[in-house]
Design a protein around this ligand. Structure first.
Ligand SMILES: NC(=O)c1ccc[n+]([C@@H]2O[C@H](COP(=O)([O-])OP(=O)(O)OC[C@H]3O[C@@H](n4cnc5c(N)ncnc54)[C@H](OP(=O)(O)O)[C@@H]3O)[C@@H](O)[C@H]2O)c1
Length: 330
């Protein structure tokens, strides 16, 4: 991968004195703020909504907390690290009306920019600085002297400095230790949504629920079914992450490998590929994005689904297993 950049290729100084407002202090917001400060960024403020449960944490970490409107009027760059579905509301009501001219916008997922949910004016650098993985891992890896693989893209370069800000920001959160690659807002957004929908979240949960039900219908206890179809996912995921698919196959029993090879193509048959095609159509158009943001803005999104999940047998079996393995509190 010859197009990767590392710390030695990157000038960190663009972030040292930049007035940087981080909107949101969740998984990514907190990790970015702590890492950027440790990397030399001296001018960070955290922008939170009124009554935010994250205020105490940000203040305990030593950051000045401001309102979103104050941040918009103060910052040279706003890193919008709030939930994607809230970006349109935040931009339209807080950032756009109060924004300092020439202020840059940084996002760590391309969603709201790619789908035109927010429309930054021409004087705005629009930068993607995506450390690929969950926010908590950004900080954990940084503390080990590493980082998450970074991807950068520039949607608008009003100042002529968008690329250097993107690279300095990503190096500041540790990605320069492991590699920073160019991408586009489209590629990052489509790939991220597709991966989480069909494999990492939607696909995995669908397989887990359907296989649990089938084993229980075959007379297997819920505990055993849960262990074989859910609990052990982590061991296989760890093997794939550390050794690849071929390495995972070498590490497991020949019986498991033979059985998997017998069924792999049948699982990924025409019906599944049609599901993938339909998901891709919804993602590549803005159908999925609009539906999600409209659902969020209507309020109470997914509350009933979350309650219904809690009552499932698969969840009961999981709670019971976790309480035995890790104690009652988990
Ligand atoms: N590059 C990657 O691989 C990757 C991976 C995961 C996530 N991400 C991106 O990281 C960003 C943040 O994700 P996260 O995992 O850090 O989310 P998170 O932990 O859920 O944190 C979300 C933050 O957004 C704030 N927020 C939500 N609605 C808001 C509103 N209406 N007004 C103001 N603030 C609001 C929350 O404020 P309160 O604290 O007040 O509740 C919270 O601080 C998203 O863009 C996401 O797509 C990128």
């Amino acid at each position: 991968m010859t197009d990767a950049l590392y710390n030695d290729d990157i000038d960190l100084s663009p972030i040292f004195d930049l007035k940087l407002a981080l909107v949101g202090y969740g998984n990514h917001g907190r990790s970015h703020a702590l890492c950027l400060r440790d990397s030399g960024a001296r001018n960070i403020r955290i922008a939170l909504r009124p009554g935010s449960p994250s205020r105490a944490k940000a203040e305990a970490d030593g950051f000045e907390v401001v309102t979103l409107a104050e941040a918009a009027g103060w910052a040279d760059a706003v890193a919008l690290l709030a939930a994607d579905e809230a970006h349109r509301q935040i931009w339209d009501t807080e950032i756009a009306p109060n924004r300092k001219p020439g202020q840059a916008l940084i996002v760590c997922h391309g969603f709201s920019v790619h789908y035109d949910l927010i429309k930054p004016p021409a004087d705005c650098d629009v930068i993607l600085a995506a450390a690929k993985g969950p926010g908590g891992a950004v900080r954990q890896e940084f503390e080990k002297g590493k980082g998450l693989i970074g991807f950068w893209a520039v949607h608008q370069d009003a100042s002529g400095r968008a690329r250097e800000i993107a690279l300095a920001y990503l190096a500041g959160i540790g990605s320069g230790n492991v590699g920073i690659f160019p991408t586009t807002f489209r590629e990052e957004t489509v790939s991220d949504l597709f991966g989480e929908q069909v494999v990492l979240v939607g696909g995995m949960v669908a397989l887990a629920k359907a296989s649990f039900d089938r084993l229980v219908a075959a007379g297997v206890s819920e505990r055993m079914a849960y262990i074989d179809c859910v609990h052990e996912i982590k061991y296989l995921a760890d093997l794939i992450q550390s050794r690849g698919i071929a390495g995972m196959y070498k590490a497991i029993s020949d019986t498991a490998e033979f059985g998997a090879r017998e069924i792999e193509d049948r699982i990924a048959g025409p019906e599944l590929r049609k599901v993938f095609d339909d998901a891709m159509v919804d993602i590549e158009s803005d159908r999925f994005a609009r539906k999600w943001v409209e659902t969020y803005e209507a309020g109470e999104a997914m509350v009933a689904d979350r309650d219904a999940d809690e009552a499932l047998k698969i969840e009961e079996a999981g709670r019971d297993l976790r309480s035995r393995l890790y104690g009652a509190s988990k």
